[in-house]
Design a protein around this ligand. Sequence first.
Ligand code: PLP
Length: 372
Amino acid sequence: MIYLDNAATTKVFDCAINAADSAMRESYFNPNATYRDAVAVKASIEKSRRTLAGLTGINPDEIVFTSCATESNNWVFNRAIKNPKGNIVISAGEHSSVYEPAMSLKSKGTDVRIAPLRCDGSVDTDKLYELVDQDTTLVSVIHVSNETGAVNPIKQISSKVKSIAPRAIVHSDGVQGFLKAEPIGSLGVDLYSASAHKIGAPKGIGLLYIRRGVTLAPNNLGGGQERGLRSGTQNTPGIAAFAAAAEHFSLIANHGEVHAVREKLCDYFKSCGFRVIGGAGSGYILCVSIPRVRAEILQNLVCEKGVIIGKGAACSGSKRGNRVLEALGLSREAAECCIRISFFADVKRNEALDAAHIITETAERIRRENVI
Ligand code: PLP
């Protein structure tokens, strides 16, 4: 099988499985208990926190473990709004786990402003800055688009937003950028969400980076775990696996090769008359629109031939249309013809090219036989 839907989720590394396995079989004690073996589990959580922080240029005490990035994003929108009369600015390219909480606030009367996208899939920063004013309380812009791989200039956005609205909180959904694009510590953001299952760890564990000095109301109240910010017994197997996977991912990731493979596929698909959506972007995600070929049909037929690709966001796979692709100027029809090919750290050039050939052959068959 050639698996090219890594933006949806990734195969779990053996080292992450082993770390979780040992946390469950041997180190299963409650990290908040006070006997020796439990204290050792607490220490291993802190070690994992240090590992993750070190890999992305932040301080360990700036990481709060959550159950997933959806939780991290919802936490931001539910708790980071300091001034209820203030406005919120997001981009039109946000994942539904940012967009829906923002819409929920809007339905309760908050002034939510949406910055449009450029045709390369990145946010139109000029328009974004026009929407920010002294009353802006939160700005949230996705780091790397899960649809097109477009990379937003988060560092520039953070500093410009702070110059217009010094009290505004700047958040970025970094699920597709974590360890794949610029490190969190270089971005100047206040808050950043990440998810473990996109980098070779299991599902059910994520984090929220909260910059030192930023105050955020707790997400859960209870036993006071995670410095009182997110009560609930920690997911110790998940945390151990997250750190092990992050270390391994950073070791094996060859961003140059990932970019080169993406480029090769872009050239190939363009030579077949397909439309590559977005600009250079992240090497890890490639979005292609194939005229007169519905992505869902193509996805199912190539799956039968052992090639797994995505179409739009997996989470919103059941919804019709695609809000983000339409926001960058695609018609509903063109968006429904978009496949998403997404790579992992250990991308294999030959496999990617074989998959590309299977995709084009199958697309031609669909057109020839008029499969609908
Ligand atoms: N944000 C982005 C950009 C994503 O791609 C995803 C998942 O695909 C999420 C958030 C949600 O992450 P999780 O599955 O950890 O809730």
